[in-house]
Ligand binder design. Structure first.
Ligand code: ZN
Length: 176
């Protein structure tokens, strides 16, 4: 779905897809600026790494596919990350051709991300899944879920972001 009209029909960096039966716990460690190591465990329904791996919880995959118009789909979400990771760590900016396009993407998506952030902070009804306010990378993944599953909503709420995503994915789900 995400690469329908691409000249190539594969995810360039993807090596493997792991499917677990259900949600899985991931332990992360990080060393902060003071040299202190932090470790935490988090439960995930999916994960995508810049080393070419996507992990999916099968029950979440089924739940996401059960309603194709609710804006939630873990497969679309993780594979959007995988596209974002084609040029390094996920940062909300997948590879785009040309400086003008990169600049336009940054301006449009940055403004939409800031708007969602503000709505979540102000406890206003968010235009997208509030998880998208976590980081620009999550914003891109969450916006992609909306783009494919709730195109009317996204096009009405964030028309410029919709246009950027339509140009990037080379499809217009509004006419489907
Ligand atoms: Zn994500």
């Amino acid at each position: 779905l995400l690469i329908l009209n691409r000249p190539t029909d594969y995810f360039a960096g993807l090596r493997e897809i792991l499917v677990y039966p259900g949600a899985f716990a991931v332990t992360r460690t990080e060393t902060d600026a003071a040299g202190v190591q932090h470790a935490w465990r988090r439960v995930h329904l999916g994960e995508s790494s810049s080393r070419g791996q996507v992990v999916l919880a099968w029950d979440a995959v089924l739940a996401g596919a059960a309603d194709a118009a609710d804006g939630h789909n873990v497969v679309i979400h993780e594979f959007a990350h995988q596209l974002d990771q084609e040029n390094g760590e996920a940062n909300g900016a997948p590879p785009l051709r040309g400086a003008a396009r990169v600049a336009r993407w940054a301006a449009v998506m940055g403004a939409a991300y800031a708007m969602l952030h503000q709505q979540v902070a102000a406890h206003e009804p968010p235009v997208l899944d509030p998880y998208g306010a976590y980081s620009p990378a999550e914003f891109f993944a969450v916006a992609t879920e909306s783009f494919f599953e709730r195109p009317q909503h996204l096009a009405a709420a964030l028309p410029e972001a919709y246009a950027e995503l339509s140009s990037y994915y080379r499809v217009n789900p509004l006419v489907w």
